[in-house]
Structures are given as C-alpha cells and as structure tokens.
Design a protein around this ligand. Structure first.
Ligand SMILES: Nc1ncnc2c1ncn2[C@@H]1O[C@H](COP(=O)(O)OP(=O)(O)OP(=O)(O)O)[C@@H](O)[C@H]1O
Length: 615
C-alpha cells in the first residue's frame, strides 16, 4: 500500500489543514464534556449511582464464591451463603441493566446538547471563517463528527462501568490479601507499556483520519455544487480523479490507524497471560504457607477472570475513544469559535432605524491577508442620502460585488468605514460597531444567488418576519409582483418548495428573496444583481419587482442592466476599485465618459443582450 499523501503544508499542525476550523485540545474538550453532563444533574446522579451499585455486585460475586469454597472445605452449611449469592446476583443483574440505561440516557442528552451547540454556532459563523475553512469542513463536523460522537454513547456507558469495576476490584483484591493484590498488578506494566506505545500514535492517526475525511467531503461537495460547470467544461475525468485521490487518502489514513490498533490488541493477550500466571503462582505459595485459604485464591482468580471483560473494554475502547475524542475535539473547536462582541448599548441606542442614509469613507479592501497584494477597492468615498437610490455599474471584476457586500455588512473592509446616518440630524454609527442582528434589522441584502429553503412558500417567506400573517405575505408578494403565480398554485402559500419539491426558476427564487425583504422592511437595501439571473424576458419583470422594493428606501443597487441603473437617482461607475464617475443618468450622459459609452453600446437594440452581459 502506498503511503498516504501529506495532508498539510509544512509547518502546520498535524491533521489541521491550512484554513480549517480550529480543533480544541483534549483537556478543553473534557472540561466541556463534564460541564455539559453537569447540566443534567438528575441523569448524572442516576448514572453514577447505578454504575457503582452494579460494579459493586460484579466484585462481590467472586468474593462470595470464594467464601463458598472455604465453607464446603470446612463442611459447614451452605444455605445462608447461597441465599446471599442469589440476592447479590439478582441485584447485580438489575443494577447492570439500570446502569446501562441511565448512562445511555445521560450520554444521549450530552450528545444532543453538543449537537445543538455545534449547529447553532455553525449557523452564526463569520462568513469569512466559513469561506476559509470550506463548507465541507463545517458539513463534516456537523454530520460525521456529531454522528461519530453520538454513536459513542453506548461505548461511554461501558467505559464508565468498566472504570468503576476495575477500581472496586482493586479494593476486592486488597480485602483478600495484599500479596494477591500485588500479583494482580503484574498486568499493569504490560498494559502501560503497550498503551505508551499506542497512544502517542493513535491520537494523530485518528485526527488525520478525521481531517482527510473532511477534505474528502469538501471535494465531494465541490463536485456536486459545481456539477453543471464540471459537465459544461468536460471536467468529469479530472474531478473524478480528485474525488478518487481524496478517497484514497482517507483509506490510507484508516489503514494506518488499523495496523497500529491490531498490534496493540495482541499485547493485551500477553498482559492477561502474565497477570493470571503471577496470581496463580502467588496463590499456590500463599496457600502452602498457610497465609490464605483456598477460597481466597479461588476468589482472586475469579475476580481476575471477571476483570478480563472490563479491562478489555477499557483497552480496546481506547481505539474508539480516540476516534470519539478526535471528533469531540473538532466539535468543541466549533463551539469555542470566538463570538462577536456584543455592541455597546449606547451605540445601539444611537443606531438609526428610519430615514437612514449611508456614508462610506476611505473604503479599501483586499481579499488576501498579504498587505502587499493589490487591493480590490481603493479608498472609496460615497454618500447615499436617506430614501435615495445609487446604482453601481462597471466592468466585470471592477469591485461592484465587493463594494455591495461591504456596504451590506456581509463582511468588514480591510480599511475605511461604512456608517449609517440617521437623518436629518442623527449621529453616524459604524456598521463595525453593531452586531450582525442589529445590522440585519437596518440593512437588507440580496445577493446574486437566492436560496430557496426546503419547506412551504409560507415558511420560506416568513423567515424574514416570523409571525407574519398570510395577508402580510400576500401583500409583500403583491409589492414585488409575485402574488399572481403564488396564488395560482393549487396549494398557494402551502406549496412545498426546495430540493425534491416544486422547482422554482432563478427569477422566481429572486422574487421570493425580494418579498422577504419587503416583509422585513429594512430602511436600507443592497441589491447585488437582483435581475441578472433572469433571462431577458424575466429580467424586465424582476427589474420592476426590485424597483418596487427600492421605492422609499435608501438603496445601493449593483446594476448589470443599465435600464435599472437609469431608474436610480444617481449612478456610480466603478473602475479598478475606484469611483470613476458619479452623477445622475442625465449628467453622466452629458459628460460623455465611461457611462455614456456603456449606455450607447447597451441601448443599441441588436447588441443589447451581449452588451448587458459585458457591463
Ligand atoms: N472571495 C474572493 N477571494 C479573492 N478574490 C476575490 C473574491 N471575490 C472577488 N475577488 C476578486 O476581486 C475583484 C473584484 O471582484 P468583484 O466580484 O467585486 O467584481 P465585480 O465588479 O462585482 O465583478 P462581476 O461583475 O464579474 O461580478 C476581482 O478581481 C475578483 O477576482
């Protein structure tokens, strides 16, 4: 088998690909696990109590059997001992069943809590962190890692019982004879040696296994999302090879982990042979020296035998525990992502809610962390007074989408400020000083791709304003001209949409996005290419829908169709990351610059569609 390809750039920690989400250290994960368990005090107390009782029973039975041997050898009556044995056996069986149930119940609650926190934190993740990590990394944590951790609940129950049983067995050996206890301890050097060999290898191997699995998910997701591009450019063989290479790396990582585990399992048998031999030899010697009874040695041998199971569970489950720990570390890494600091209440109180203008000063942005890289935006200053609209036009790659995303508060710029200005005499408040929720209340954004969530049209639309009535929803749809086709559907707002349900054209999906913004009713809207997706027939309708949304609001509109730009109060032409021209449609035509040339090309009837695509 060929060695797995290296996963990381030189110098990056093992199993943490560059840009991947953080992985929490084991100690931090253990603390989070314990705190989560303590949040369920009733279940935690029940699991611990039944586990201790069942382990006590497991240890008591061999001790009673040993005593039975001595009673028989002495020729005394067995009846009281048999009664005791029966009672302990029944209670042990009962508490063992209860212990398993209680531990699983606690484990399920802990896993559910953790899953909710991971999903919640993932949904509130900074888009830049998500972009750097890749949606595959997030997806594999929220699905595979949560699954792996949840399926370890049964294992956790067994491990808990085994730990307590081993501890109580040590007490049992000591109650028989300290030398028998010492002989039993002969197993430990062998176990410790094999664990010291195994553990340092297992942790990184399983972390690597989880990380390559995440990379494989990433490649799969990219292939699925870009399926049409893959098809159009006949990239299927290349993409197929990428998927195969990712799968080969995953198989390689799993095999490496399995080989190490197989050698570790063999060492366990050796430890048991050593332990039992030491115990029996010591027992013979002690009986011959009249130091202990035959019954005591029998009890010790039975106790040791009963320990095979719990010790085996503990040692063999190091394998699964290592996997579950690797998954847990990745989950806690997501949970621990730093939260946005809460905004200053005084700033929040000042943030305007109506008649809001937008002021942009010295806006600079570069996508690369390298400060010497060329910026995409270079010192943009703009004012959009309350209730007016500004169209942004320019060639492809000029920086329009970047400007719109920053003004919409999707991500912060590397330099400069975007402020909301309450008119007529409110103080400006920077978007950077507000939390995401407060920004969204004031600034609504529509990006080029409008997502339709699985569910009914009603669910999809009321996401923007939970509690909105059907009448509110129909009214919002009427504003953007979408009520006719929705009302014509047999189930109206109850129609199910999304993958596998009623398929919506991109134009209709964008109309829904526009209606959602009408429902939310923010004073500022940023529309990035809201009409670009539709074909020329649908584009005109969407243009009208967008114009209806913009009316009365402060708007920044990235316009690919110049008719949409002409309908705005002012137009900014972006070129090379700067504002090249700014004015009304009439002013810019009169000045005969870039905009006038674009308009000239665009408005020639025969070339209109091509020109639209080129702006
Ligand atoms: N996430 C990103 N990471 C790195 N570079 C980016 C990213 N997004 C955009 N760019 C680059 O920034 C520049 C400006 O892109 P932007 O999308 O803002 O331009 P645009 O004017 O909206 O173009 P278009 O009309 O084609 O959408 C381009 O060179 C683009 O390649």
């Amino acid at each position: 088998m060929s060695a797995p390809a290296p996963l990381t750039a030189p110098g990056t920690p093992t199993g943490t690909p560059t840009g991947a989400l953080p992985v929490a250290p084991g100690r931090r994960s253990a603390a989070v696990l314990w705190r989560t368990a303590r949040a369920h005090p009733g279940e935690l107390a029940a699991a611990l109590t039944t586990t201790v009782l069942s382990s006590a029973g497991t240890v008591a039975l061999p001790l009673l059997l040993g005593r039975a041997v001595d009673v028989v050898r002495a020729g005394d009556g067995l009846t009281p001992l048999l009664v005791q044995l029966s009672v302990v056996a029944v209670l042990t069986a009962l508490t063992t069943a209860l212990a398993r149930r209680d531990a699983e119940r606690l484990g399920a609650s802990v896993a559910a809590d953790l899953r909710e926190r991971v999903v919640d934190r993932s949904l509130r993740m900074d888009p830049r962190v998500l972009e750097r990590a890749g949606s595959g990394d997030v997806a594999s944590r929220v699905t595979e890692d949560v699954e792996l951790f949840t399926s370890s609940v049964q294992l956790a129950a067994n491990v808990l019982t085994s730990v307590v049983t081993v501890a109580l067995s040590a007490v049992g050996f000591l109650s028989l004879d300290w030398r028998l206890a010492l002989a039993f301890c002969a197993v430990f050097p062998v176990h410790v040696a094999s664990l010291r060999w195994y553990l340092p290898k297992a942790g990184p191997l399983y972390a690597t296994e989880r990380a390559v699995a995440a990379q494989r998910s990433q490649v799969f997701l990219q292939s699925l999302h870009g399926a049409s591009t893959v098809h159009a450019y006949r990239m299927a063989p290349l993409q197929g090879e990428r998927v195969r290479a990712a799968s080969r790396r995953t198989v390689g990582a799993s095999r490496a982990a399995l080989r190490v585990f197989a050698r570790f399992s063999m060492s366990m048998n050796a430890a048991e042979a050593v332990g039992l031999s030491a115990l029996l030899a010591t027992g013979f010697w002690l009986v011959r020296a009249d130091a202990v009874t035959v019954g005591a040695v029998t009890a010790a041998a039975l106790l040791f035998h009963r320990l095979f199971g719990p010790l085996g569970v503990l040692l063999l489950s190091f394998d699964e525990v290592s996997r579950a720990a690797a998954a847990l570390n990745r989950l806690v890494g997501v949970v621990d992502l730093p939260e946005d600091p809460a905004p200053d209440p005084a700033v929040l109180a000042r943030a305007p809610r109506s008649r809001v203008g937008v002021r942009v000063r010295g806006l600079t942005h570069r996508y690369s962390d390298d400060p010497t890289a060329a910026p995409v935006l270079r010192g943009i200053d703009l004012d959009v007074p309350a209730g007016t609209s500004l169209a942004v036009v320019g060639e492809s790659g000029a920086g329009k989408t970047t400007l719109a995303a920053i003004v919409g508060g999707v991500f912060p710029p590397t330099g400069g400020t975007v402020e909301l200005v309450g008119e007529p005499d409110g103080e400006p408040v920077a978007l950077a000083d507000l939390d995401a929720g407060s920004v969204r209340e004031r600034v609504g954004v529509i990006a080029q791709e409008s997502h339709v969530f699985t569910g009914t049209l009603r669910d999809d639309l009321t996401l923007a304003r939970p509690g909105a009535t059907d009448e509110d929803v129909h009214a919002a749809l009427r504003v953007v001209g979408g009520d006719d086709w929705v009302s014509a559907l047999p189930d109206g707002l109850g129609t199910r949409v999304g993958p596998g349900e009623l398929a919506l054209s991109p134009a209709r999906a964008q109309q829904l996005a526009l209606a959602r913004l009408v429902l939310r009713d923010p004073p500022v809207v940023v529309l990035d290419e809201a009409t670009a997706e539709a074909g020329s027939a649908g584009a005109r309708d969407l243009e009208l829908s967008a114009a209806a949304l913009v009316r009365g609001r402060t708007a920044l509109v990235v316009a690919h169709r110049l008719s949409q730009a002409a309908a705005c109060d002012r137009i900014a032409v972006v070129a090379g990351g700067r504002i090249a021209e700014l004015g009304t449609h009439a002013e810019l035509l009169r000045s005969g610059g870039r905009y006038a040339r674009l308009w000239d090309t665009w408005s020639r009837p025969a070339q209109a569609p091509q020109a639209a695509a080129d702006t």
